[in-house]
Write a protein that binds this ligand. Structure first.
Ligand code: NDP
Ligand code: 8X3
Length: 250
């Protein structure tokens, strides 16, 4: 029987690339995001390869999240694989001048949104005593960098929650994995710097990771045999040694 994966943040970047590779490998898909037009385009493209359903909700909205996932039809509601990917950085400011709205967005989406989606999906997994949760953290969840304060805090929280999930869900045979990328060239910088031309310079002068690089790794993680759990991965572009050390040729 086909496995079913629910991917949050499937309208762009890492989530969208993961949807493509999962479809190619016959995994049926529940694709989530806020931009309906994009969900429709991706559904149209992937339905030739696998069964696809889309859910439009904002992960910040607890009720909308729980209701959307509860509304899944019978043949999609047993989620085998959950990719908690929706998230972004908002702003890059020192703590003394950071914006409350940016802080709310990062904690509400990256941390609380991940929890709401997990809350909706985990009961089915514990009942069936199987499942795999992959949380997309970040190198920013392992290391704090200047002006990264709250984004780094949100991704450190994701890593701690991932470890907590792995411990608590161990008795149910559920796998929990962390995939932590360094710099990936997606819409991430456009969201972080919203309209500031600096957004276009973030991945200049070196070869950044592409969304497909991370998607291939996510597929590797989910396609290991039942007794193997890839617990925690840190992936940098070759040009990057840490959050602050990137070999650039400008
Ligand atoms: P993108 O900006 O390309 O994609 C972000 C995705 O998250 C979009 O599909 C967006 O969909 C979704 N999303 C954002 N906010 C919400 C919300 N409130 N409710 C529902 N969905 C939401 O960025 P990436 O693909 O790069 O980011 C994916 C994940 O990878 C994030 O968790 C990010 O922190 C992490 N990451 C990214 C790195 C990078 O350098 N790019 C490095 C390390 C980690 P929509 O707007 O349609 O809702
Ligand atoms: C994204 C990586 O270094 O841009 O999580 O914060 S970084």
């Amino acid at each position: 029987m086909k496995k079913t994966a629910l991917i949050t943040g499937a309208t762009s970047g890492i989530g969208r690339a993961t949807a493509h590779i999962f479809a190619k490998n016959g995994i049926q898909l529940v694709l989530c995001g806020r931009r309906q037009e994009r969900l429709d385009t991706i559904e149209e493209a992937l339905k030739k390869e696998t069964n696809v359903i889309t859910l439009n909700f904002d992960v910040r909205d607890k009720e909308a999240t729980l209701n959307a996932i509860a509304s899944l039809p019978e043949d999609f509601k047993n989620i085998d694989i959950l990719i908690n990917n929706a998230g972004n950085a908002h702003g890059l400011d020192p703590i003394q001048t950071g914006s409350l709205d940016d802080w709310d967005a990062m904690m509400d989406i990256n941390v609380k949104g991940l929890l709401y989606v997990s809350k909706a999906v985990i009961p089915g997994m514990t009942e069936r005593k199987s499942g795999h949760i992959i949380n997309i953290g970040s190198s920013a969840g392992k290391e704090v960098y200047p002006k990264g304060n709250v984004y780094c805090g949100s991704k450190h929280a994701v890593l701690a929650i991932t470890e907590g999930m792995r411990i608590d869900l161990n008795q149910f045979g559920i796998k929990v994995s962390a995939v932590n990328p360094g710099m990936v060239e997606t819409e991430f910088s456009q969201v972080r710097f919203k309209g500031d031309p600096v957004a276009d310079t973030v991945y200049k002068g070196f070869e950044a990771l592409q969304a497909e690089d991370i998607a291939e790794i996510i597929y590797f993680v989910v396609s290991r045999p039942a007794h193997v759990n890839v617990a925690d991965l840190l992936i940098f572009p070759t040009a990057q040694a840490s959050s602050t050390i990137v070999k650039k040729e400008l």
